[in-house]
Design a protein around this ligand. Structure first.
Ligand SMILES: NC(=O)c1ccc[n+]([C@@H]2O[C@H](COP(=O)([O-])OP(=O)(O)OC[C@H]3O[C@@H](n4cnc5c(N)ncnc54)[C@H](OP(=O)(O)O)[C@@H]3O)[C@@H](O)[C@H]2O)c1
Length: 323
């Protein structure tokens, strides 16, 4: 098979395309012939080194993929060769092993890919949508009638969060920094989208959601957390999904509003918990309310370029690699 291998941590150029022996589905495993691979920011943090939960080198990066089941190991029931699936984690690990033309998974790591979704869209489901679902319902405990502010709505997780919250009937306000990202967030269902690079945009959010948002899903907490605490409704909840540094906050704002500030990291969830979330997403994916947005598809050999691109501003959905 073809795979990207990280033999030492470092810059994107350490991602090297190699030819490796084809893996075989062992007992209780299935093998997927991969058509598309999703690139996530944490693939880059792991590659760079010094990141919690990073596998030892050498390893194959990537948690997300989509393709067709081409081998079923002994003891597996309920799955068939030829089924279109999306993949969330591999037998090698919850968060690596997917940048390859063949992946071996446990049955809880593969989920039916509806016929109307492309493989590229399938590769854009697991991390973004499971993260969004976990943030809204697992951590913030979003309730009927509550409003949601997605602080960073143009990327893969942000668009998934908008779609999931809208599908559940909530009013959503979001931010983006480009006209393209703004349009995508609007198409995903945000009632208003403001530019997080424009001074005063938080006043616009406050005007759009009088009393403040009930829930804020935050993609860049090191920049925004203190502002979020100012904006938040009384008894509101902030879920820190993304963070790239340190920040000073005023805890009095948490106290005065009896607010909740929650963290989340997808790797804390067990395979069964993740499979449960994908069960919750299935109807929305099948019915079209949840529709993954693909920005660009690149050949697998261009993984270094994909890693550089995903760290640039101007997100427009998911970057996908094709083996
Ligand atoms: N905790 C977890 O388990 C978990 C899981 C998945 C992802 N994450 C993290 O969540 C973040 C988003 O992931 P992703 O896959 O959606 O990445 P992405 O596709 O690269 O999107 C990044 C988002 O952050 C926005 N952003 C940039 N500057 C911002 C600012 N000052 N204020 C608010 N938003 C800003 C971007 O908007 P523009 O580009 O339009 O400026 C874009 O919407 C990443 O940091 C990622 O590592 C965490």
């Amino acid at each position: 098979m073809q795979a990207i291998v990280v033999r030492q941590h470092g810059a994107p150029e350490v991602l090297q395309l190699e030819t490796l022996p084809d893996p075989v589905a062992g007992s209780g495993e299935i093998r997927v012939r991969v058509a598309a691979i999703g690139v996530n920011p944490y693939d880059t943090y792991m590659r760079a080194g010094g990141y919690a939960n990073a596998p030892d080198c050498p390893y194959i990066p990537g948690a997300d993929a989509a393709g067709v089941i081409d081998q079923i190991g002994p003891g597996v029931t309920g799955l068939s060769v030829g089924e279109r699936v999306y993949v969330g984690g591999t037998a090698a690990g919850k968060s690596h092993g997917a940048y390859a033309s063949l992946v071996v998974c446990r049955p809880t790591q593969v989920h039916a890919l509806p016929a109307h979704l492309t493989f590229a869209q399938g590769a854009a489901i697991h991390v973004p949508y499971a993260t969004a679902w976990r943030a809204l319902f697992g951590r913030a405990q979003l309730k009927a009638g509550e409003t949601v502010f997605v602080h960073g709505g143009s990327g893969a997780v942000g668009l998934a969060t908008i779609q999931i919250a809208r599908a559940a009937g909530h009013t959503v306000v979001a931010t983006a920094s480009t006209p393209e990202g703004t349009a995508l967030a609007q198409q995903a269902g945000a009632a208003h989208v403001f530019n997080h690079r424009t001074p005063g945009y938080l006043d616009q959010v406050a005007a759009a959601l009088p009393g403040g948002p009930s829930v804020i899903v935050e993609m860049l907490a090191n920049v925004n957390l203190d502002h979020d605490l100012t904006l938040l409704a009384r008894h509101g909840r902030i879920v820190v999904v993304g963070n790239r540094g340190r920040i000073e906050i005023d805890p009095r704002k948490i106290m005065g509003k009896e607010a909740g500030v929650y963290g989340m990291a997808l790797w804390n969830l067990s395979e069964d918990e993740l499979a449960g979330i994908h069960g919750q997403l299935a109807a929305g994916l099948a019915g079209g309310a949840l529709s993954p947005v693909v920005n660009v598809e690149l050949p697998l050999a261009e993984a270094p370029r994909a890693h550089a691109l995903i760290m640039e501003p101007g997100a427009r959905g998911k970057i996908v690699l094709a083996p």
